[in-house]
Design a protein around this ligand. Structure first.
Ligand SMILES: *Cc1c(COP(=O)(O)O)cnc(C)c1O
Length: 399
C-alpha cells in the first residue's frame, strides 16, 4: 500500500506502455550534458530516441542478428538514412534494375540533385555489376527478392564483389523478411526492412528499419535525428505488437504461398507462375543457398522440409489489361486489390497499373511484366479458401 502512496507500482505492466512524452526531465546540468553527449544512457528528446523505438529496434536487431539498428518513420526514410549516412556528393552508387519504384526515384530523381551519381545495373548478373563499378562507387543497392517477378539476388557473391572493391552492399529485405533471410549473415553491410509490410503485418502502420555493422554506423544515429526520421511511439508500439506474431503469420503465409503457387502452376488458365519456391525458378539454386529453413522447423510441422521463399506469388493471366481487370473485379469479394504486401489477409496487386506504371511498356516487357501479371501477397487464411477465391474468379473469365 505504501508503494502506491509513494507513486511507485509494485507490479509491472505485461504489455509495454506507450511513452508519448516528447521530452524527458533532466536532474542536473551535469546529467543533461552526459545524456546528450551519450556518455550516460537515457532519453532527453524523443526525436533522438524513446523507449518504444529502442524496444522495436532491439527486436529487429535480434531478428537480423544485427550489431546496430534503428527504426524510422517509414521504409523510405530507412533507405534515405542509409543513403545520407553513407554517401556524399560526387560519389557513385549502383542500383539494381529491379528496385521498388520509390527507391529508384529516391536515388535517381532526388539524390542526383545533390550530386550523387547513379547507374542502374542488372544485379542478377554479378559480371554486369563488376563491369559498372567505378573508382568512386560507394555502394550497391539490391533487394533480396524483387517485386513483382520475385527474382532472388545472390547476396554473398554481391557482398564479396563490393568488398573487394572497397564498397558497401545495402540490401532491402522487405519481400523476404528476417525469418527467410538475414542479409548481414551473407556479408551485407546494411539491411533495410519496410516494417509497414510483413513485419508489422496488420496494415495499420508505416515504419522502417535500418540495421548494419558497427563499421558503417558512425553517422547513422545523428543523421536519423537531424533529418527528423524518428519513428513515433504509438507506431512503434503497434509494430511491436505485430512482431509478436511474425513467426506464426509468416509460417502460415509461407505454407500457403507454396500451396497457391503449386496449384496455379497446374492450372492451364495461367500462362506462367513466378515463385522462387518452384524448382523451375530461374534462381532456384540461390534460393537453396540463401533461404533458411530454421524458422519453419518444428517437430510437429509436417512441412519442415519446405524451403520458405517469401509470401508473394505472381502469375501471368493468358491476356492483357482487360482480362486482368475482369479477374480483379471477379475476385474482389474475397481477395482485395491493395497495392501493398505482407498483410494478414491475402491481397493482390496489378503491377502494370500500380508499382510499375512509371515504366514504359517496353521496360516492363524487358523485365517480364505483362499487363496480365497479377501479384498475390498470400495471407494466413486456410489455403483451400484462397484457392477457392482464385479458381472462382478464373472460372468467371470464360474461354
Ligand atoms: C513498401 C516498400 C518500401 C517502402 O516502404 P514504406 O514503408 O512504404 O516507406 C521499400 N522497399 C520495398 C521493397 C517495399 O515493398
Amino acid at each position: 500500500m505504501s508503494t502506491f502512496a509513494n507513486g511507485e507500482d509494485s507490479t509491472r505492466p505485461h504489455s509495454p506502455p506507450i511513452w508519448l512524452s516528447s521530452v524527458y526531465q533532466c536532474a542536473t546540468p551535469d546529467q543533461a550534458n552526459e545524456l546528450l553527449a551519450g556518455t550516460t544512457a537515457g532519453y532527453v528528446y524523443s526525436r533522438d530516441g524513446h523507449p518504444n523505438s529502442t524496444r522495436l529496434a532491439n527486436l529487429c536487431n535480434k531478428l537480423h542478428a544485427a550489431p546496430r539498428g534503428v527504426v524510422t518513420n517509414s521504409g523510405m526514410s530507412a533507405l534515405a538514412l542509409a543513403l545520407i549516412s553513407q554517401c556524399r556528393a560526387g560519389e557513385h552508387v549502383l542500383l539494381s534494375d529491379q528496385l521498388y519504384g520509390c527507391t529508384a526515384k529516391l536515388y535517381i530523381n532526388e539524390a542526383s540533385r545533390w550530386g550523387l551519381l547513379c547507374t542502374v545495373v542488372n544485379s542478377l548478373d554479378p559480371a554486369a555489376v563488376a563491369a559498372a563499378w567505378t573508382p568512386s562507387t560507394r555502394l550497391l543497392l539490391v533487394e533480396t527478392i524483387t517485386n513483382p517477378l520475385l527474382r532472388v539476388n545472390d547476396l554473398p557473391v554481391l557482398a564479396e564483389l563490393c568488398h573487394q572493391r572497397g564498397g558497401l552492399l545495402l540490401v532491402d529485405n522487405t519481400l523476404a523478411g528476417p525469418l527467410n533471410c538475414r542479409p548481414l549473415d551473407w556479408g551485407a553491410d546494411l539491411v533495410v526492412e519496410s516494417l509497414t509490410k510483413l513485419m508489422n503485418g496488420h496494415s495499420d502502420v508505416l515504419l522502417g528499419y535500418l540495421g548494419g555493422t558497427a563499421a558503417v554506423w558512425d553517422r547513422v544515429p545523428s543523421a536519423l535525428s537531424t533529418w527528423g526520421w524518428t519513428a513515433p511511439p504509438f507506431e512503434c508500439w503497434l509494430a511491436e505488437r505485430g512482431l509478436a506474431t511474425l513467426r506464426l503469420r509468416w509460417q502460415a503465409a509461407t505454407r500457403n504461398a507454396h500451396a497457391v503457387a503449386a496449384a496455379l502452376e497446374n492450372d492451364n488458365r495461367i500462362a506462367r507462375v513466378h515463385f522462387p519456391g518452384l524448382g523451375n525458378h530461374a534462381d532456384a539454386a540461390i534460393v537453396q543457398k540463401l533461404f533458411t529453413r530454421a524458422g519453419m522447423a518444428h517437430p510437429h510441422d509436417p512441412t519442415t522440409s519446405l524451403i520458405p521463399t517469401g509470401t508473394l506469388v505472381a502469375f501471368d493471366l493468358r491476356g492483357g489489361w482487360d482480362l486482368a481487370s475482369r479477374f480483379i473485379t471477379a475476385v474482389a469479394g474475397g481477395i482485395p486489390f491493395c497495392p501493398s504486401l505482407g498483410e494478414l489477409q491475402t491481397t493482390l496487386s496489378h503491377p502494370a497499373s500500380t508499382s510499375h506504371r512509371g515504366l514504359s511498356p517496353a521496360e516492363r516487357a524487358r523485365l517480364g511484366i505483362t499487363d496480365g501479371t497479377i501479384r498475390l501477397s498470400v495471407g494466413t487464411e486456410e489455403p483451400e479458401w484462397i484457392l477457392e477465391q482464385l479458381r472462382g474468379a478464373l472460372g468467371q473469365l470464360g474461354g
